[in-house]
Write a protein that binds this ligand. Structure first.
Ligand code: AKB
Length: 318
C-alpha cells in the first residue's frame, strides 16, 4: 500500500464491518468503535437481542462471499472484524462443520475484501493453536504447534494463510491469539467458558459444576483488555508490526480453584463441584502462561485488569 495514503487514511474515522457481532465479543467492540467515532455496521446470522446496538445491523452469512462483498461496497467499508467461528468444545462435536465454517468465513472475508475499500482485516486466533510440543509452562510466540482440536487446526491454518496474504501484499490481516475472555456477555462452545459461567452462578447464588479439574491453570483476560489490545493493533502503521502471523497476548492466569477463591474473597458464596469431561483434555493441551513480549514491544500495550479486578468488574456487570 502507498504509505502516504495509509498515513492519511489513518486519521480518518474507520468504516467498520463486524461479522459475528452477536457473539461474546461483538457488542463490546461495537461500543468501543462507536466511542472512537467510527462508522459501525454490525452483522450476524442471528438477529440481535432487542436492546439497541447503537449502530446499523444487517443479516449476513459469513459463508456468503457475494453478500459480504455487496455490504463492503454499499457501505464503503475500510476495516473488517471477523468474529465468525465455532469454538473449541463445540468444534469437537462437529469437526467437519467447524472446518467448513471457520475456514469458509476466513477465506470469504479475504476474497470479498481484496481490491475493495477494505484496508485491513482483524481475525482472532487463539491459544488453541498450541499443544504439548509448544512447551506449555510459558509459551513463546514462535514454537512448534500441533493443535489437538479442530478449532485449533482452523486457527493455525488461518494463521498460515494470513501470513501468506500479508507476505504477498494481497491484503493486510492482523491477528491476536486470544486467551479465555472474561466478559458479562455469554461465551458459547469454548473450553474456557467456565470463567464466565462461574461468575454468573455466584451472582445468582447457584451452585456450579466445573468441567475442568480444580488445578487446571489457563491464561485469561478481561474483555476490555482484549478490545484495547485489538484496537491498538488495528490502528498502528503496518511497518510497526514485526510479524506476518498472529501475536501471543496474555494478561493473568487462573484455575477453577483460584477463580472460586477470588469470587469468595469478593463476598459471594459459590457452591462448587468438579466433574471433568472432554474439555479437560483440551485444556491440558493449552498453555498455562503466555509470553506476549513481542506484542507489548511492538504495540506498547499492557492490560488494565488483573484476575481480582476482572472478577470484581464483571460481577458488577452481570
Ligand atoms: C475457547 O475456549 O475455545 C476459546 C479460546 C481460548 O479460543 N475461548
Amino acid at each position: 500500500m502507498n504509505f502516504d495514503i495509509y498515513k492519511f487514511t489513518c486519521f480518518l474515522n474507520n468504516r467498520v464491518l463486524i461479522i459475528g457481532a452477536n457473539g461474546q465479543l461483538g457488542r463490546i467492540f461495537i461500543n468501543a468503535l462507536l466511542e472512537r467515532g467510527d462508522f459501525v455496521l454490525a452483522s450476524d446470522i442471528n438477529t440481535p437481542k432487542p436492546i439497541s446496538l447503537g449502530c446499523e445491523f444487517i443479516y449476513l452469512d459469513a459463508l456468503n462471499q457475494r453478500k459480504i462483498k455487496k455490504a463492503v461496497l454499499k457501505y464503503n467499508i475500510s476495516q473488517i472484524y471477523n468474529f465468525a467461528a465455532v469454538l473449541s468444545a463445540k468444534g469437537e462435536r462437529y469437526p467437519m462443520k467447524t472446518w467448513e465454517i471457520n475456514m469458509g468465513a476466513f477465506l470469504n472475508v479475504v476474497k470479498a475484501s481484496i481490491g475493495t475499500s477494505v484496508r485491513s482485516i482483524f481475525w482472532p486466533s487463539s491459544i488453541a493453536v498450541f499443544s504439548e510440543e509448544s512447551g506449555l509452562e510459558l509459551v513463546r510466540n514462535e514454537v512448534p504447534m500441533f493443535p489437538t482440536t479442530m478449532y485449533g487446526v482452523t486457527k493455525l491454518a488461518g494463521e498460515k494463510a494470513m501470513s501468506y496474504f500479508n507476505t504477498q501484499g494481497l491484503i493486510d490481516i492482523r491477528s491476536i491469539r486470544f486467551p479465555g475472555i472474561v466478559s458479562s456477555s455469554e461465551p458459547g462452545g469454548g473450553t474456557t467458558d467456565y470463567v464466565v459461567e462461574m461468575l454468573k452462578a455466584a451472582k445468582q447464588n447457584k451452585s456450579y459444576v466445573s468441567p475442568l479439574n480444580k488445578n487446571t491453570v489457563l491464561p485469561m483476560m478481561h474483555v476490555e483488555d482484549a478490545v484495547s489490545a485489538t484496537l491498538k493493533l488495528m490502528n498502528v502503521e503496518r511497518k510497526k508490526i514485526s510479524i506476518n502471523g498472529a501475536y501471543n497476548l496474555g494478561s493473568f492466569e487462573t484455575s477453577p480453584k483460584q477463580w472460586s477463591e477470588i469470587i469468595s474473597s469478593l463476598g459471594y458464596e459459590l457452591k462448587l463441584e468438579f466433574k471433568e469431561d472432554f474439555r479437560q483434555s483440551i485444556a491440558d493441551s493449552w498453555p498455562k502462561e503466555i509470553d506476549d513480549t513481542q506484542f507489548r514491544n511492538d504495540i506498547f500495550w499492557s492490560p488494565k485488569f488483573d484476575a481480582k479486578s476482572t472478577a470484581e468488574d464483571i460481577l458488577k456487570l452481570i
